[in-house]
Design a protein around this ligand. Structure first.
Ligand code: ASP
Length: 353
């Protein structure tokens, strides 16, 4: 991995230092005529496309992944690698901006929010819907404003001290965000948590909703994520064969069960028996709603009462992205089922309320 320093207006004295980690994604892509598709390009070319960076008054260094990734190829190993890069550079930088493809950005941001315990510096993810070389690109505004947010301080303290996604004028808590739009510029939303900041003429921070800054906090980076998990999305007509085959996957430890509405599932005998059988075998079932907004309330309807009784864990208002990564994280921390269930129910990094 190589790190380059970008020329800015910083004078090398008390300047804020931002480390940009370039992982890939559309933001840094160029059109390859031979292949007739978009391919990642070298970050060294970005200052040519973004001369505005020279006017910023903080230091910027850029660390580029050896192999740039379309975010569809992100995985837990890369999430841990990102967490370790932040750990290694934590003492030398005031904040971090991660350039990442939009497709799985919400998963990576969620995973990092758990892996980086006691974070007290900004980690801001951003990307773009259009490559930086295209005239109507959203990459410039997204990137420059993410840098501004990452460098923002009051009384020598960062305003943001958590993992966020900045996109199309809004700053969202990373583990509350999800990609909901693949064509328009407003790619991300956070239905169950207010926006943390809005960028207009000024950047207005939504102070009551920001994570509290803790000067005593010492960063602790976790490294274990258990991949023996699955997302099972219910649909009317799902068969016993399908559900059984999924639950019988060798080594499976946890399931995010995407249910209807406020956490409801079919009440047919075979489904209830299967759920009970596998919960008793020690599989953790985490109930998350297919709705973008609202919350799972097990027991509100008869169709979720039984799930509550047999020990399915309610995901309350968590997103699927935050839930699957949380399940990997919690299973990576403990082999004790009760302990894992306890972790799932409580907020680790503001992902659930
Ligand atoms: N496929 C791209 C990615 O997620 C899309 C993007 O960057 O917006 O890497």
């Amino acid at each position: 991995m190589k790190t380059i320093k970008i020329k800015t207006k910083a004078d090398g004295k008390d300047d804020v230092k931002v480390l940009v980690i370039y992982t890939g994604g559309t933001l840094g892509m160029v059109y390859d005529a031979k292949m007739d598709n978009l391919v990642p390009f070298d970050f060294a070319q970005i200052p040519d496309n973004l001369p505005e960076m020279a006017r910023l008054d903080f230091e910027i260094s850029v660390l580029t992944f050896d192999k740039l990734l379309d975010s569809s190829n992100m995985n837990p190993e890369t999430w841990v690698m990102l967490a370790k890069i932040i750990e290694e550079n934590y003492a030398n930088y005031d904040s971090f901006v991660i350039l990442h493809g939009t497709d799985t950005m919400a998963y990576t941001a969620s995973a990092l929010s758990y892996l980086l315990e006691n974070l007290h510096k900004p980690v801001i993810f951003t990307g773009a819907q259009l490559p930086i070389g295209v005239a109507r690109t959203d990459a410039k505004e997204n990137f420059i404003t993410a840098l501004e947010i990452a460098s923002a301080q009051t009384n020598n303290r960062p305003i943001i001290s958590e993992v966020c996604i900045y996109f199309n004028s809004v700053l969202l808590r990373g583990n509350r965000a999800r990609k909901h739009e693949s064509v328009q510029f407003n790619a991300f939303e956070s239905e169950n948590y207010p926006v943390l900041a809005e960028a207009g003429i000024k950047i207005e921070y939504n102070k009551p909703y920001l994570k509290h800054y803790d000067s005593e906090a010492t960063l602790k980076v976790h490294q274990y994520l258990d991949e023996n998990v699955v997302i099972l999305k219910l649909f009317p007509g799902i068969t016993e064969k399908v559900v059984r085959n999924i639950l019988e996957i060798k080594g499976l430890r946890g399931v995010v069960l995407e249910t209807f509405g406020s956490g409801n599932a079919p009440t047919v005998d075979w489904f209830l028996k299967l759920m009970k059988e596998f919960v008793e075998k020690g599989i953790i079932i985490f109930n998350v709603s297919q709705c973008n907004g609202g919350r799972v309330t097990q027991g509100r309807y008869q169709t979720s009462q039984y799930l509550q009784e047999i020990g399915v864990v309610s995901g309350a208002d968590i997103t699927t992205e935050a839930a699957i990564t949380k399940l990997m994280f919690a299973l990576g921390q403990s082999v004790d089922i009760q302990e894992v269930k306890k972790m799932l129910k409580h907020s680790i990094a503001g992902e659930i309320s």
